[in-house]
Design a protein around this ligand. Structure first.
Ligand code: ADP
Ligand code: MG
Length: 694
């Protein structure tokens, strides 16, 4: 059976019923080989297995009936229209199947054929089913119906492939190639987890005999997928840990001590714990590869500065990359204020810098005249070279792709890496999605914060809202007003923010100081507006989502979000996180006319909790893991059948098995005969930087 792999990896073009033309359509569905087709899973199923006596069918419902063809006829209607009618009867009555403009249907049936029809029942003068799914039962294939009379698979398809066609070739392919499917899983693992064999699972995922069998088939295939994924992640983790020689930082030098004694506050217990985890990583020879997650405002920045101080006191440079110029500027200011008095040289690199300034910074980085370099994407440009980069930090990592992270890492030799995320997710998920990263979580917010009160109001309440805002502004609170920005209509949305800014300034709040901030403004302008707001020289800041991430202005107590329906849940939570940083009661007001189910879910979630973990879970449920994580961006392979949320139990099981296997057979990957290795290499590239990057 050694060469069976070859047959299954042959082009699907060699299947019966697939020619050079069809193969193009199949390729669009990512079906290239025979095996791909076996692994092209239905999106859902329809139970067409229970026949209804014709006199019991219900109008408006989808029904399956079985009977004999009594009469049939093709009629020409007005214009070029045709109508083909088929009268089918059982012992209880007669129903008409009709097809418009498909005259060729007349050649499909013969009088006296035994047929099964499935479709929505209507009544005109007679009972009727328009364009039903159909099946003709020939005596010799009583058991092999595929489109009706059973639980029928419905595939995810594009317009040029029909359900009927795909079902037909799937069935043929299964019939002729199932015996060649090679069981790759260890028998112990199959038995230990009460899984069914692969051959049965693949047959049943397409054409299940019962829903119970379908369930077992799904379980088996999901297990496979998770098992291989976890194996890939486990290998990657092991490679990084074992082979790589990173930098061994000394923790107890003097700079860190001086830094600690000047801290403006005491770290929370959570912060202390993650600092200890980071210190242990940095002190070890293995390169740190850690994710620091914590809700907005939980105080990740100070933890990252701690790590930078350790790096610098060892004579290395640190780089911190942030997604926006405003955020990079803010970090620069914070870090400079804290560390420059200690003799640390801090610089900032953004694309908005003048040519001269940029050159000066780049030269300083290259000559090691700068210890800490903060910046935006500008950090990963080719011209950026650090002499001795020892630590790389990525803030708001969900805004970056894996490649960008790797690019920055490559500016050093095995630097330690810390990525930060303000979208915390539960541990069982985090270990899967971030797989090769170690995870530190800040669970609590710094003391003295009052939870933000969140309100969801409609346009009708706008006047009341203005009254409320005026009152709050007189009490010396600052207000953010945020407008959505949508790619396709940037200009129009920009206008919305601009127009509202003028409206607020001139008509609604003439006695207040109103500012405007959006992405199209020049760097210097943005900086000036942000600074003015920070200094309390503005009461209201009308902005687009440029303020979404990381901005920290303690006196801002009110966040008003216009068109809240246009924002994702995590995004709304991020925006809300901009307020409630000071002692005052803070408010988040969501203005929305949206009525879609998803909108309601999101806004309800916002008003029901301020806990970032819960928000992330809701968001995952609403959007599904693919969109939530932006799998591509994370470099995480797309899962075909497993769902890390709903199949969490299988995820945990398969992870345990995969790690066990890795421990028992550490060299399985180099064994040419190893079936798991073969399957793994096919599904998830595991060598080098692979799909998952480091
Ligand atoms: P995020 O985790 O969202 O990046 P930041 O690091 O910006 O949060 O911290 C939010 C605010 O909380 C900052 O103003 C920071 O100075 C403050 N902060 C952080 N840690 C503490 C602490 N332990 N006690 C008091 N304030 C803190
Ligand atoms: Mg932050």
């Amino acid at each position: 059976m050694n060469n069976t792999g070859h047959i299954l990896t042959q082009s699907a073009q060699y299947l019966k019923g697939v020619g050079p033309k069809r193969i193009k359509s199949l390729n669009k569905l990512n079906i290239f080989t025979i095996k791909d087709l076996l692994y092209y899973f239905p999106r859902r199923y329809e139970d067409r297995g229970n026949f209804k006596p014709i006199n019991k069918v219900e109008i408006g419902k989808f029904e399956t009936i079985r009977g004999k063809v009594l009469t049939m006829g093709l009629r020409r209607l007005k214009g070029k229209m045709t109508l083909f009618q088929l009268a089918v009867g059982d012992n209880t009555g007669i129903i008409y199947a009709v097809w418009f403009n498909q005259p060729y249907m007349k050649d499909v049936f013969k009088i006296q054929d035994e047929v099964i029809l499935y479709g929505k029942v209507d009544r005109y003068r007679t009972l009727q089913i328009n364009s039903p799914e159909y099946e003709i039962i020939r005596n010799d294939e009583e058991d092999s119906t595929i489109h009706t009379g059973r639980i029928v698979p419905i595939y995810p398809l594009t317009y040029d492939v029909s359900q009927r066609y795909l079902r037909t070739i799937a069935k043929r392919n299964l019939d002729s190639h199932l015996p060649e499917i090679e069981e790759f899983m260890e028998p112990d693992i199959i038995q230990g987890n009460s899984l069914i064999c692969l051959e049965e699972a693949l047959a049943a995922i397409h054409f299940p005999q019962s829903f119970a069998q379908l369930q077992k088939a799904k379980e088996r295939l999901i297990f496979n997928e998770f098992f291989l994924l976890q194996l890939a992640l486990g290998l990657k983790r092991r490679d990084i840990k074992e082979s790589a020689k990173g930098i061994k930082f000394n923790i107890s030098a003097g700079l860190l001590g001086r830094f600690k004694s000047r801290l403006p506050f005491t770290l929370t217990a959570s912060q202390q714990k993650v600092v200890a985890e980071i210190e242990a990583d940095m002190a070890s020879q293995k390169p740190m590869n850690r994710l620091l997650q914590g809700d907005v405002g939980s105080g990740k920045t100070i933890v990252s500065i701690w790590a930078m101080v350790i790096c610098v006191q060892n004579g290395f440079q640190a780089a911190l990359m942030a997604p926006t110029e405003i955020l990079a500027e803010q970090h620069h200011r914070t870090i400079k204020a804290m560390l420059e008095p200690l003799g640390v040289r801090v610089g900032v690199l953004t694309s908005g810098l003048k040519k001269k300034e940029k050159e000066a910074i780049l030269a300083a980085a290259e000559n090691h005249e700068i210890d800490i370099l903060i910046g935006t994407h500008a950090l990963i440009q080719d011209e950026m070279r650090c002499k001795k980069l020892g630590l790389v930090i990525i803030d708001e990592q969900h805004k970056f792709g894996v490649e960008q992270r790797i690019k920055l890492q490559k500016k050093g030799v095995m630097p330690d890496v810390l990525v930060m995320s303000a979208t915390p997710i539960p541990r069982t998920l985090a270990i899967t999605v971030y797989g090769d990263l170690d995870i530190s979580t800040i669970r609590e917010l710094p003391p003295g914060r009052t939870p933000v009160e969140t309100y969801w109001i409609s346009e009708k309440k706008r006047r009341d809202l203005y009254v409320f805002l005026k009152k709050k502004i007189t009490e010396k609170n600052q207000v953010y007003v945020v407008y959505p920005l949508i790619e396709q209509s940037k200009l129009k949305d920009l206008k919305a923010a601009t127009i509202m800014f003028e409206h607020f300034r001139d008509e609604i709040f003439p006695e207040c100081r109103v500012g405007l901030l959006h992405g199209r403004m020049k760097d210097a302008e943005k900086k000036a507006v942000m600074e003015a707001f920070k200094q309390g020289q503005l009461d209201i800041l009308v902005a687009t989502t440029v303020i979404e991430v990381g901005i920290d202005v303690a006196n801002a107590a009110i966040m008003l979000i216009e068109h809240a329906e246009r924002f994702g849940l995590s995004q709304l939570h991020q925006l809300r996180g901009r307020v409630g940083r000071g002692k005052k009661q803070a408010y988040c007001v969501l203005l929305s006319q949206g009525t879609s189910e998803d909108t309601l879910k999101r806004l309800r979630a916002m008003t029901s909790t301020t806990d970032g973990f819960k928000i992330a879970e809701y968001d995952l449920l609403i959007r599904g893991p693919g969109e939530f994580f932006g799998t591509r961006q994370h470099g995480m392979p797309e899962l075909k059948i497993g769902n890390i949320i709903t199949d969490r139990e299988l995820l945990v099981l398969s992870r345990k098995e995969a790690f066990q296997y890795l421990e028992n057979s550490p060299d399985f990957l180099t064994d040419k005969e190893n079936k798991i290795a073969r399957e793994l290499k096919e599904k998830f590239p595991v060598s080098g930087e692979g799909v998952m990057g480091r």
